[in-house]
Design a binder for this molecule. Structure first.
Ligand code: TYD
Ligand code: MG
Length: 452
């Protein structure tokens, strides 16, 4: 295939340059030029031969409804996060740090689809077909029907996918794939973007679904910039601590479903296993009866999840006391400690404080404030909080406790998991009758209640 024309486009001002340089001549920005393929124009400017190529308009009412046709993989949590399965003609990007389990997820997904008669092509630029075979053997799946291809050149991948008429093409990874149209090495921004855009076109025009793996750097971006997220239909991030066996799959963009939904898996010796009771997945191993532990309910998309917060305060040695927060922002911890000291009368000045969210979860919602405070109060007094108590509330600088959204759903889930009482803002509405409700105005009441 002949090499297409390409230009170097500035990501800051959009100006085109014929040659690469460290600095954009037009706007003076540094390191902003990336290589882009120049679109080949079919058809004349007057559009006279446009009918020969390209799409023609149709009435919505004359189109067949395709809303019901999704491929369910049968990996329950994966289907849930996608909004019910893979949509034909869509492009899904699965991002995550190396070693988190992206290739394993794709291989399992391919095996499940294949066993339902949906033809799959698994393309790997990272592992040889032999290595893929070894991985497949480890899995508790029937992967025999999957076509595998060790290839990194996009043109050849598209050729094989078209010839095999694969319904789902899985590409591992977008960073190892390159197109001949561009000069740059695989993995550079121009290449990654162009490959994703070409795959998108392929999916829309020919109908197969494409699932792409994208490596995420420690900084968080897929291939540096987030440009890929705009191109594809669905972006899922695979997260978790590689040292723990729980993995969270999170939808951050979804043209065919809701965002912020999460699915929970466990990495086992035979691949990923959807967790049957995700709401309580992070409570497993909780030591009830120990001081410094409190449970709260987070909303992850439409799903409530219960998480345990642990705190430990111990006498500081010489110098400034330590403040260590894992799974929450350390500034949030500093703020809550200050509120507790000033409004609750608990001195932390000579205590080291450690706060930890179990299961590798990150607390983002302020609705978890009350549980953090409860864990802190509990460790300072060395008194456990009731094992069946849930804490829900945002704490203000004045020590006031504010209501949180979605109380009914959080309480319903907590009740299902055996929680029998809830501490929350006295101004909360929609509380449940299944639980004893302890309404609090401010943190003074919390400290009194927990000390009593
Ligand atoms: P992998 O899917 O290769 O991660 P990625 O593609 O995101 O880089 O999986 C990485 C880890 O998972 C690896 O350390 C081995 C482990 N693993 C299991 O624990 N069980 C299994 O069945 C498989 C296939 C892998
Ligand atoms: Mg991999």
């Amino acid at each position: 295939m002949s090499k297409g024309k390409s230009v170097f486009r500035c990501t800051e001002c959009g100006a085109d340059q014929p040659k690469w340089g460290g600095k954009c001549d037009a706007c003076g920005a540094w390191n902003s030029l990336i290589e882009e393929a120049v679109g080949r124009t079919t058809g004349r400017p007057d559009g006279r031969n446009a009918a020969a190529s390209g799409a023609s308009p149709v009435r919505l009412s004359e189109m067949q409804s395709t809303s019901t046709s999704r491929w369910k993989t049968g990996l329950a949590e994966f289907d849930f996060v996608l909004g019910g399965g893979i949509v034909p003609g869509s492009v899904v990007l699965v991002g995550g740090e190396p070693g988190i389990g992206k290739s394993t997820l794709l291989m399992q997904c391919a095996a499940r689809l294949e066993s339902q008669g949906v033809s799959t092509l698994y393309v790997s630029g990272e592992e040889s077909p032999d290595q893929l075979r070894l991985r497949a053997d480890r899995l508790d799946e029937d992967a025999g029907g999957i076509h595998v291809l060790g290839e990194t050149r996009l043109e050849s991948i598209l050729h094989h996918a078209a010839q095999l008429k694969s319904s789902v093409v899985l590409l591992d990874s977008v960073q190892t794939t390159y197109t001949e149209e561009l000069e740059g090495a695989p993995g550079n921004v121009g290449q990654v973007r162009e490959c994703a855009a070409r795959l998108m076109r392929f999916a829309k025009e020919s109908g197969p679904a494409v699932v792409l793996v994208g490596h995420v750097t420690k900084g968080g971006g897929i291939a540096g910039p987030k440009t890929l997220e705009h191109i594809v239909d669905t972006v899922l991030y695979f997260e978790g601590e590689t040292t723990l066996d729980h993995r969270i799959l999170r939808a951050v963009k979804n043209r065919f479903g809701s965002v912020d939904e999460i699915g929970v898996f466990r990495m086992t010796g035979a691949g990923l296993e959807p967790v049957a009771n995700p709401a309580a997945a992070f409570l497993a191993g909780r030591s009830t009866g120990a001081s410094g532990s409190a449970v709260t309910a987070l909303m992850e998309g439409t799903r409530p999840m219960l998480v345990e917060i642990q705190a430990l305060a111990s006498k500081a040695g010489f110098g400034t006391p330590q403040r260590v927060a894992t799974g929450l922002d350390h500034r949030r911890l500093a703020l809550l400690l200050a509120v507790l000291e000033r409004r609750g009368g608990l001195p932390f000045g000579n205590l080291d404080v450690f706060v930890n969210v179990t299961g590798g979860v990150r607390l983002i919602e302020p609705s978890t404030d009350l549980a953090i405070l409860a864990a802190l109060v509990s460790t300072v007094h060395d008194r456990p909080v009731p094992a069946d108590a849930l804490f829900l509330g945002e704490v203000g600088l004045g020590g006031e406790i504010r209501p949180v959204a979605g109380v009914e759903r959080r309480l319903a889930e907590a009740a299902r998991q055996g929680f029998r009482r809830v501490f929350l803002s006295a101004r909360s509405r929609g509380t449940s009758s299944d639980m004893e409700v302890i309404g609090l105005e401010g943190i003074g009441e919390l400290t009194r209640r927990l000390a009593a």
